[in-house]
Design a protein. Structure first.
Lengths: 201, 245
């Protein structure tokens, strides 16, 4: 059993709940926090409290927002005719960093995985259909992860949109080889898709 | 145990782990279900590429270190099943097939037949993604039950041995039962009975068809057999994604 005083033990077990943090790392972090000065330690506690109090989901796109709507949805300059569908709020960031995408987002909150019990009702899919049906969206870009669950999600949504909003163009991120990768290591599925999606050189 | 294991394997599941790793559930011909960690495999430049995704059939080299988890040190593709990945129905059927294998055969006991059955099912779905029907999935599950020693008794009443008047199915008795032994059973249409006999007697590709009502009875028989005799809860065979209407 632990020889730590209960408050320390509590901090360690809370930290150990974080993804990628084992008990030993949690212990190291806890002792670091103990040694830190009050301002830093309280700053961390306040930041956690503030983020939980102030950040919610955007009522339009379900991205993270510090008000009813997120900054992207509030930005009048964004193109409302094109919508990019991603699994998690964290997926918006890398797409924004490319500065290539002019439209708005729709965050599903995960990917379909029937074996984990994640069905369409668990994601913001109905909300997506409604949003597309009642807006000026002309194109939906499916940017789910190129994993098995991400692809299953994209295929499901593509079928659903074709049925409900046939006038809307549904596209999928091109899939191919990562820049700097070695052909030798590419798997056959990736390579055959990269071949299928080749373009004039 | 050898420090290195070279084995063919089908990826049943791939679970994100830590920053860039995955934990894989693998089904192998001679070592049953194994778990292994693939370090760095979620990085875009990983030498594994995308081949550690579910439904890949691979030749792998697994290193057995001090920890309980083996480490994947190499993986070469035997079959990537690209076509089944293009359709929601076949993807879903493949996921359910892998899930059923993982649930019914979760140990390292060897069941080479199960490996070949799953390889065969994935190849079928890849050849013809439209073949991801409920009857295909139920035929697959019946064969899994057979491999697990849980195949339903279909020759005679599983309670009393009577050969006529076989009208119901009893999960507790482990098969069909006669009108006199109906307790703890549910009614079974003749079409459901012929489906089970037909599916167990034919190759997967030649699984018979049956009306939806009969297929639902077969599904109930399979699910309750697994629950009653292996304490395994199978997920629905029918897909919420590809279900008609
Ligand atoms: Zn928003
Ligand atoms: Zn009887």
């Amino acid at each position: 059993m632990s020889t730590n005083a209960p408050p320390i033990q509590r901090l360690i077990s809370e930290l150990a709940k974080l993804p990628g943090i084992g008990t030993r790392t949690a212990q190291r972090l806890a002792f670091h926090i103990l040694r830190a000065d009050d301002v830093d330690a309280n700053g961390l506690a306040d930041a956690i409290r503030e983020v939980k109090e102030r950040i919610g989901l955007c009522e339009e796109c379900f991205n993270l927002a510090d008000g009813p709507r997120c900054r992207i949805c509030l930005d009048e300059r964004r193109d409302t005719a094109i919508l990019c569908v991603v699994e998690e709020p964290g997926d918006v960031i890398p797409i924004e960093r490319t500065h290539e995408f002019p439209g708005r987002y729709h965050v599903l909150g995960g990917a379909l995985s029937p074996i984990d019990g994640i069905d369409p009702d668990d994601l913001k899919i109905t909300e997506l259909y409604e949003r597309v049906a009642h807006s000026e969206v002309k194109e939906v870009v499916l940017a789910t992860n190129p994993t098995t669950t991400g692809e299953a999600t994209a295929l499901h949504i593509a079928d659903g949109l074709r049925e409900r909003s046939p006038a809307v163009t549904v596209t999928r991120l091109a899939s191919g080889l990562p820049v700097g990768a070695d052909l030798e290591y590419a798997d056959e599925v990736t390579l055959s898709r990269a071949l299928a999606g080749r373009r004039p050189a | 145990m050898p420090a290195t294991l070279k084995t063919d394997a089908i990826v049943l599941r791939s679970i994100r782990y830590g920053e860039a790793d995955r934990v894989l559930h693998l089904y192998t011909p001679a070592h049953g279900r194994l778990s292994a960690i693939a370090k760095g495999s979620r990085r875009a430049h990983s030498r594994f590429g995308g081949r550690l995704e579910p439904f890949f059939r691979l030749t792998t080299i697994l290193h057995e270190g001090r920890s309980e988890l083996r480490t994947v040190t190499s993986a070469a593709t035997l079959a990537g099943h690209p076509r089944l990945r293009e359709h929601a129905g076949s993807l879903d059927a493949a996921a359910r097939a892998c899930d059923a294998v993982g649930r019914l055969f979760e140990t390292e006991d060897p069941h080479p037949g199960v490996y070949h059955l799953l390889a065969n099912e994935l190849a079928l779905l890849d050849d013809d993604p439209a073949g991801a029907t409920l009857s295909n999935q139920l035929a697959f599950r019946l064969k899994l039950l057979l491999a697990a020693g849980l195949a339903p008794a279909l020759d005679a009443c599983a309670s009393c041995g009577e050969q006529a008047d076989l009208v119901a199915f009893s999960p507790a008795a482990g098969g069909i039962v006669c009108g006199a032994c109906e307790a703890a059973s549910f009614a079974l249409d003749p079409a459901a009975y012929s489906f089970m006999v037909g599916a167990l007697g034919a190759s997967l590709a030649a699984a018979p068809a049956a009306p939806m009502r009969a297929l639902r009875q077969v599904e109930r028989a399979i699910t309750e057999l697994a629950e009653h005799h292996a304490q395994v809860r199978l997920r629905a065979a029918g897909s919420v994604l590809s279900a008609p209407g």
